[in-house]
Design a binder for this molecule. Structure first.
Ligand SMILES: NC(=O)c1ccc[n+]([C@@H]2O[C@H](COP(=O)([O-])OP(=O)(O)OC[C@H]3O[C@@H](n4cnc5c(N)ncnc54)[C@H](O)[C@@H]3O)[C@@H](O)[C@H]2O)c1
Length: 457
């Protein structure tokens, strides 16, 4: 163990003390419910000499890397020991931020140096642009490290498949960052209410969307402009490409992949099967100088055990109307969910459906239905086209943590306790197959069929 690691370990305790005092001072730091307790870090005999907890490095400390760093700081026993990022701005931002919490980290530009020099690592978190995920993840797995890799697993299915294969061959864990899979609100809605209690009856439709307002290309502080030689060394054509990689085909999959994959991943979870076909329409209609479709509307078909089902999805980047949420619809009711609970965390019963009071008594739903705002009947005549409304039942589960934290906890607990990952590489790959096919459907203007073997990795 290096001196730095020992120092970090000690400092980690004072950081926790700080977090505790912040929480008690009402600063909104939620410690309650952390699943990684100090006691839970006890290891087997052969590892007695190792300190409790895990040594973790980050590859990629941009917008999402920083969010994951913040979540890791809330998890006792996680020691961030190194940061790798090709951009000085991100290196400085992350290391300064970590210093505030008592962590002095080693900084690397190239992940190969990190892997060569850091000999005490347990796990790596990869939060770089999609196109380098496979190369970096495979190298970390080969080096004997467990990897949490952000979604989209890759912008290439061939490369994504190698990640599953490497994880299998090395026996190292690979978690993909579809964090809704570990969100207790989603687990309650999908596993408990839809699957276990069959609250919605036959679920045959899902509607989901992610709409966001128009946005300019992302800039950068001019003093942190990378020279052309360095950009090219790492495969970026320009600073504009480097900062806006999502919009360019070489590096990412565009909004349907970037935003849509979080929600499209839920479709197979809810229906219990992979899609059988997809059709889609979209285009580069609003923005200039961007390669990927700025709006996409798509329809998936599924053959579930109770019959054909469909999912309708849209992503828009020039209007935020409706924001982002998912609606799972069955013949007995619907559940509306969103990663933002105010936009979705409730169930709506159809008038003819079996009563839900007993489910509320058992704690599956909150005790009382909230009335849905009725149509004002003063000047409007309700007729046979209008179905009577019942009520909206809030779901009882809340998440008092940042949304990525439970997914990271699941990853760390899988390393320490051997519990199953909520989104192993294979699940991430299956989602990538469903999502990346949308771009192909838009391009070819054809209905595309999925064969069962497409989902095998
Ligand atoms: N799960 C989620 O909710 C969520 C949300 C946002 C982004 N993401 C994912 O996180 C990843 C990063 O997205 P972001 O928004 O942070 O992008 P970003 O551009 O803000 O950050 C990327 C960082 O990676 C660095 N980088 C680029 N190439 C590198 C390389 N070869 N080696 C080392 N560092 C390199 C950049 O300098 C930058 O600091 C993407 O895969 C994205 O899809 C996930």
């Amino acid at each position: 163990m290096s001196d730095k690691t020992e120092t970090n370990k000690k400092k980690n305790f004072s950081r926790r003390d700080f977090l505790k005092s912040s929480a008690s001072a009402g600063l909104g730091v939620a410690l309650a419910g952390n699943t990684l307790t100090r006691a839970s870090f006890s290891r087997g005999k052969e590892e007695k000499k190792k300190p409790e907890g895990l040594n973790v490095a980050f590859i990629g400390a941009g917008a999402q890397g920083r969010i994951l760093i913040e979540s890791c700081l809330r998890i006792p026993g996680i020691r961030i020991v190194a940061i790798c990022d090709i951009w000085e701005y991100s290196q400085r931002y992350a290391s300064r931020y970590l210093k505030k919490y008592g962590f002095t980290v080693n900084i690397y530009e190239d992940y190969r140096d990190l892997l060569k020099k850091e000999k005490n690592l347990d796990a790596v978190i990869v939060a770089t642009p999609d196109w380098v995920h496979a190369e970096q993840t495979n190298a970390c797995l080969e080096a004997g490290l467990h990897v949490y890799c952000e979604k989209e697993m890759s912008n290439s299915l061939v490369k994504a498949r190698t990640m599953v294969e490497t994880s299998r061959r090395t026996g190292k864990l690979l978690q993909i960052g579809h964090q809704r899979r570990s969100n207790p609100r989603y687990i309650h809605a999908i596993d408990r209410l839809i699957h276990e209690k069959n609250i919605l009856g036959r679920v045959s439709q899902i509607y989901a969307q992610w709409n966001r307002s128009k946005s300019d290309m992302i800039g950068w502080p001019k003093k942190y402009t990378m020279d052309q030689g360095k950009l090219e060394k790492y495969g970026y054509a320009s600073m504009t490409h480097f900062r806006n990689w999502r919009w360019f085909k070489k590096y990412g999959g565009g909004p349907i992949v970037d935003l849509g994959s979080h929600q499209i991943d839920l479709f197979s979870w809810v229906f219990g099967v992979h899609p059988t076909s997809v059709m889609a329409s979209g285009g580069v209609d609003y923005y200039k100088n961007r390669e990927w479709y700025d709006n996409v509307m798509t329809i998936y078909e599924f053959k579930t055990k109770s019959g054909t089902a469909r999912a309708l999805y849209q992503v828009q980047t020039s209007t935020k109307h409706g924001g982002f949420y998912e609606t799972f619809m069955g013949d007995n009711g619907s559940i509306v969910m969103s990663e933002i609970p105010e936009k979705g965390n409730w169930a709506i019963r159809e008038a003819h459906a079996p009563e839900w009071d007993s489910l509320a008594k058992e704690g599956y739903l909150k005790s009382e239905a909230q009335p849905i705002q009725q149509l004002k009947t003063k000047n409007i005549f309700l007729d046979v086209r209008v179905t009577a409304e019942t009520g909206s039942w809030p779901l009882p589960v809340e998440l008092a943590k940042p949304v990525h934290q439970p997914h990271l906890e699941n990853f760390f607990n899988a390393i320490i306790h051997g519990i199953p990952l909520n989104c192993p590489g294979k699940t991430g790959y299956e989602c990538a197959v469903a999502v990346l096919m949308v771009n192909e459907a838009v391009r070819s203007r054809r209905l595309l069929k999925f064969r069962a073997e497409y989902f095998k990795a």
